[in-house]
Design a protein around this ligand. Structure first.
Ligand code: ZN
Length: 285
């Protein structure tokens, strides 16, 4: 795991070792951590890296969204204030009863026992920590308002980004999958607010983007995502207006707009088609 210095006061792990990328920002009287990685073991290593390379004490831990590869490391950071948007935190009671119930986690542990033994073992003592420090639409940290946390939605309901104003760094969470096909198939995914959030980011003063997945990037990556999302939205909506059922759209997916990246595309591509079809069907009919 490499905790890479991104700018004078920001660091990030973007080498894939944490699954979802993680990072931190240091300003006077604050060390703010962004996301926690896929497992408590990964989070422990990340925590140690911060203590050795950035300093102490950590003052806030911001969770960009509820996906396991960003929040399953939270137990390692539970002594600090865990912060999330209200809309994200509101998902937890249902998640803990269904997708993250002890039975579901046990089933997940068994399913990964052979292919990902290390990950599977980590699930044995997993505690899921609900973020109790919440904000509605935005949160400002720092005496000079250096850190702006904004609830954008899009990728999931309650998704947030973290902008470090003085050094023009944006921690974009999963609004950006750099050099890989984005996952837009979450049941709470909202393509319209995702597109809107990307349009707003284009207007911001940003030098470097820490994406939720993949290497560091800049606004060129935003433009690539936007062009593809707009084309996909247009294509799916025109199919729906012609009365095409989901099965036909899925079958024809290769005739739609070309994804910007092929890497690990297939499953995410299929999930995206399905979610966007359902989302726009409700709006159009
Ligand atoms: Zn995600």
């Amino acid at each position: 795991m490499e905790l890479k210095q991104v700018s004078k006061s920001t660091w990030a792990v973007v080498d894939g070792s944490t699954f979802g990328n993680v990072g931190c920002i240091r300003i006077p009287n604050h060390i703010v951590v962004i996301d926690t990685g896929m497992t408590p073991g990964i989070a422990k290593e990340f925590h140690t890296r911060i203590q050795e390379d950035v300093g102490t004490p950590i003052t806030e831990v911001i969770l960009t969204h509820y996906h396991s590869d960003h929040v399953f490391g939270a137990q390692e950071f539970q002594q600090y204030p865990l912060i999330a948007s209200i809309k994200m935190a509101e998902l937890y009671p249902d998640l803990l009863e269904e997708r993250w119930s002890p039975q579901s986690i046990e089933a997940m542990r068994k399913a990964y026992a052979e292919t990902e033994p290390e990950f599977s073992q980590q699930l044995e003592n997993l505690q899921i920590i609900t973020p109790v420090n919440t904000f509605e639409t935005s949160l400002i940290l720092g005496e000079n308002e250096e850190i702006q946390v904004t609830q954008t939605g899009g990728h999931t309901v309650g998704h947030s980004t973290v902008y470090f104003v003085p050094e023009r760094i944006l921690f974009a969470g999963d609004l950006i999958f750099c050099q890989q096909y984005p996952y837009a198939g979450d049941p709470t995914n909202n393509p319209q607010t995702w597109i809107q959030a990307l349009e707003e980011i284009l207007e911001m003063d940003i030098d470097t983007i820490v994406p939720g997945h993949g290497p560091l990037c800049d606004k060129a990556e935003i433009r690539l995502h936007l062009a593809y999302f707009r084309a996909l939205e247009h294509w799916i909506c025109s199919k729906i207006k012609l009365g095409a059922p989901l099965s036909e759209v899925q079958k024809d997916k290769e005739t739609g707009p070309s994804p910007p990246y092929q890497l690990k595309a297939e499953r995410r591509f299929e999930a995206t088609i399905q979610r966007w079809y359902n989302f726009y069907s409700e709006i159009i009919h």
